[in-house]
Design a protein around this ligand. Structure first.
Ligand code: PRP
Length: 208
């Protein structure tokens, strides 16, 4: 039975494929994927492409043995115990951002829009502030521009989206990077294969 890897599709996928390829996994199928979701070209590892929040669902259920997912998702789902390796890619950061006229000291209770309500809640609790959180699913930058919220908590990588929408960073929350996480049972069951793979990635300069 191959060892299954749930890989977060999109940006993480693009940055991770060259890395795991250099680690010895045949990624020819993923590189020419079309609409396929399962890639079994490699004799040892079968890769499936899933949305970030679903990686831990597959992993916790035991349907896959390895997950590759951003630490933003791990922190939001409050399930960081499987993280084994920081892949050193997908580096970005959580910020509090809004329009230029936003006043962080405003007296009225703030409304914050985000894809990450738990991280947002923890951040505002840590600074002793009570805010209303509105969960939205994407293009979070729209919220303060359209009047849905006073500010947003979101991840930024290059800063382009904030800049092109004339949004300003008011606070830095926490850094984000892509993690390799392993199901606890799989660590025992596939100890040698997983260890070899992680060792290979580390010889390529990936940090534990
Ligand atoms: C993320 C994030 C920002 C954007 C920031 O969204 O929510 O919108 O990337 O990246 P930048 O600083 O490099 O411009 P993503 O592309 O994952 O999609 P989304 O709009 O569906 O949230």
């Amino acid at each position: 039975m191959p060892i299954k890897i749930a890989l977060t599709k999109g940006r993480v996928e693009q940055q991770v494929v060259p890395l795991i390829e250099a680690g010895g996994i045949d990624c020819s199928g993923i590189r020419n994927k079309g609409r396929r979701l399962i890639f079994d070209e490699d004799p040892v590892f079968e890769t499936i492409l899933v949305k970030g929040p679903d990686v831990l669902t597959y992993l916790n259920n035991g349907s896959v043995q390895i997950g590759i997912v951003g630490s933003d998702i791990l922190a939001e789902q409050n399930n960081p115990q499987y993280a084994m390796l920081d892949l050193g890619v997908g580096k970005c950061r959580f910020v509090l951002a809004s329009t230029r006229d936003f006043n962080p000291q405003q007296v009225r209770r703030k409304i914050i829009a985000t894809k990450y309500p738990n991280i947002t809640k923890r951040y505002f609790q840590s600074i002793g502030e009570d805010v209303e959180i509105i969960k939205i699913e994407g293009s979070v930058e729209l919220a303060p521009l359209i009047g849905l919220a006073d500010a947003i908590v979101d991840i930024t990588e290059t800063g382009t989206t904030l800049k092109e929408n004339d949004l300003h960073v008011y606070a830095e929350l926490q850094p984000v990077s892509t993690k390799l996480v392993v199901n606890r049972l799989a660590v025992k069951q596939y100890r040698t294969e997983i260890r070899n793979f992680i060792d290979k990635l580390q010889t390529l300069g990936v940090n534990a």
